[in-house]
Design a protein around this ligand. Structure first.
Ligand code: COA
Length: 171
């Protein structure tokens, strides 16, 4: 009688992949760049003009992300070697908060913000500031940020990039 292969004997159940929230390392740079730029491309399209989308991507360029990795706290949610969400604290500013479009509205953004705020508290900060993009307005209001002033940057083609300044007293 022919022996069955091991694979044929084992039930084919998917192995649950662990979800990890950790500090990002410099070796995450390329994956972070991909996550941030892909999220800008998908989530800001139709909301911001093309020139503003390019502005955002340039603002979150490789060198800027590296500065945050070296001078602040950058968090990432990782699943099966893929980064699915990120956010950073540099000084008293929270920035670079992005959740991949296929993982939005599942609590990743809220979790990242809570951990960044607790880092800020651990550093002795009483409040944090941030810039709020148009699609993120309801998210930041929902987690207790006060939107202070509407701001805009004029793009070279005459279009506008609108955003808010916001802050929160850390509870
Ligand atoms: C904004 C962003 C970071 C939010 O992260 P997220 O993981 O999708 O948000 P969460 O699931 O943690 O949402 C927490 C709460 O915020 C509110 N919220 C989040 N997104 C919302 C939306 N699109 N519309 C209305 N409310 C929203 C809800 O109250 C939500 O709680 P609920 O789902 O229980 O109702 C994410 O959607 C994102 O990366 N967007 C594109 C990039 C961006 O704008 N980044 C911010 C730069 S300033």
């Amino acid at each position: 009688m022919r022996k069955k292969s091991l694979a044929a004997l084992l039930p084919m159940r998917p192995i649950p992949s662990p979800l990890v929230l950790r500090r990002a390392r410099e070796s995450d740079l390329e994956a972070l760049l991909l996550l941030i730029h892909d999220t800008i491309d998908v989530s800001y399209r139709g909301v911001y003009p093309e020139s503003a989308i390019e502005f955002f991507k340039n603002h979150h360029r490789r060198e800027r992300i590296l500065e945050r990795l070296r001078g602040g706290v950058v968090l990432v949610f990782e699943r099966t070697n893929r980064l699915i969400a990120t956010g950073a604290l540099v000084g008293n500013e929270i920035l670079g908060v992005f959740v991949s479009p296929d993982h939005q509205r599942r609590g990743f953004g809220r979790r990242i913000m809570l951990v960044l705020e607790s880092h800020a508290k651990g550093l002795g900060l009483r409040s944090v500031t941030l810039s709020v993009s148009l699609p993120a307005e309801r998210f930041y209001r929902a987690i207790g940020y006060e939107l202070l002033k509407p701001r805009h940057i004029k793009m070279p083609d005459g279009e506008r990039l609108d955003y808010w300044e916001a802050w929160k007293i850390i509870p």
